[in-house]
Design a protein around this ligand. Structure first.
Ligand code: KIV
Ligand code: ZN
Length: 379
């Protein structure tokens, strides 16, 4: 089995569903072109049946983007698939992503159906989509809570019907990483034709486990991951692209590769955040404002002695200009001296000690000390 992980970005579909995050057609094309630059393999451009605007955006993305596969979402319904086929008409590499609920709770309370009928409808949708495009991805919604033997049967049947990718979403962000691993392993051991398709991870973050579950799925055999920039998405969001990309990059020992060019991670994060008006939490891994900022005295001293004491990635590698040393009342003399040196001041120890005492008083009062404050302090 190949160890190249396909990066399927769903920022423009699952991410864009977040209230207040809707983008217009030009903005979606801008994001899609940035995703192409970043090196994603598949862009889920939208859900064409959902609105005329989404339909037109999928069309515009097909015209603008050259390299990645362009994917459109559908339910297991004729009118959805017809709309996706029409929207994807000019895509160089089109993919239809169709599917249906797979857990008993969805089968009963969403579809008022039976397991047998769900398999029938799923197989029908794959075959119908396959009559238009070669590349058909099937999603078994809420696979995380589905009966495992039933999920194996559904997976086998949709692959037999021609699915090239089978997506097993943890739609409600319910699973624990070791359980995800066991479930994917079970499918590899119990679905005889599973190697004819790529297994995909699509995990939501309701318990903060989306990234961990996605890595567990990869380790059990999944070779596609469905992710969003900044982890945006329904409720607590989706698996974040930048986290998966950098986990696989930092942990080369795992032996997996992607096509992501890390230097575009931070610029892409900023673009999506600005266009959607969705702030990135400061402590967000990889792209948060504090991801490469050091504020406590012990950490600052260690970092100034050698960056690797407290950093496992270089900020420049992910497109962040440099690490930051923040001056607060938790900072030590080493950080204060470092900042003063950058400002062109060089104080001997006794003088530095006096400045440091005044600095602590000021920092207790102002919380964060900026260059202007320092100039005032030594003034
Ligand atoms: O979370 C989910 O199950 C989805 C599917 C529509 C793929 O977004
Ligand atoms: Zn989803």
């Amino acid at each position: 089995m190949s160890n190249r992980i396909q990066i399927f970005d769903t920022t423009l579909r699952d991410g864009e569903q977040v209230p207040g995050c809707q983008l217009n057609r030009e903005e979606k094309v801008e994001v899609a072109l940035q995703l192409e630059l970043l090196g994603v393999d598949i862009i889920e451009a939208g859900f064409p049946i959902s609105s005329p605007g989404d339909f037109a955006s999928v069309q515009a993305i097909c015209d603008a983007v050259k390299e990645p596969t362009i994917c459109a979402l559908t339910r297991a319904k004729k009118e959805d698939i017809d709309a996706a086929v029409a929207a994807l008409k000019t895509a160089r590499k089109p993919r239809i992503h169709t599917g249906i609920g797979s857990s008993d709770v969805h089968i009963k309370h969403k579809f008022n159906s039976t397991r047998e009928e769900i398999i029938e409808r799923g197989v029908w949708a794959v075959k119908y989509a396959k009559s238009f495009v070669e590349d058909v991805e099937f999603f078994a919604e809420d696979a995380g809570r589905a009966d495992l033997a039933f999920l194996a049967q559904l997976t086998r049947e949709v692959i037999k019907a021609g699915a090239t990718v089978v997506n097993l979403p943890d739609t409600t962000g319910y699973l624990l990483p070791h359980v995800m691993h066991e479930r994917i392993k079970y499918l590899y051991e119990n679905v005889d034709n599973i190697h004819q398709a790529t297994i995909s991870m699509h995990n939501h973050n309701d318990l903060g486990l989306a990234t961990a579950n996605t890595i567990a799925g990869i380790q059990a055999g999944a070779r596609q991951v469905e992710v969003t920039i900044n982890g945006i998405g329904e409720r607590a969001g989706n698996t974040s692209l930048e986290e998966i990309a950098m986990i696989l990059n930092v942990h080369k020992d795992l032996g997996f590769t992607t096509g992501i060019k890390p230097k575009y991670l931070y610029p892409t994060s900023t673009l999506v955040s600005n266009l959607m008006g969705m702030h990135v939490q400061p402590n967000k891994a990889v792209v948060g404002a504090n991801a490469f900022a050091h504020s406590s005295g012990i950490h600052q001293d260690g970092f100034l002695k050698h960056a690797q004491n407290y950093e496992i990635m270089n900020p420049e590698d992910v497109g962040v200009s440099s690490s930051a040393i923040l001056l607060t009342s938790r900072s030590g003399r080493a950080a204060l001296r470092h900042r003063l040196t950058l400002l062109g001041f060089d104080f001997e120890k006794p003088e530095l000690d006096k400045i440091y005492t005044r600095f602590l008083l000021m920092a207790d009062e102002r919380k964060m000390i900026h260059d202007e404050d320092l100039k005032e302090l030594i003034g």
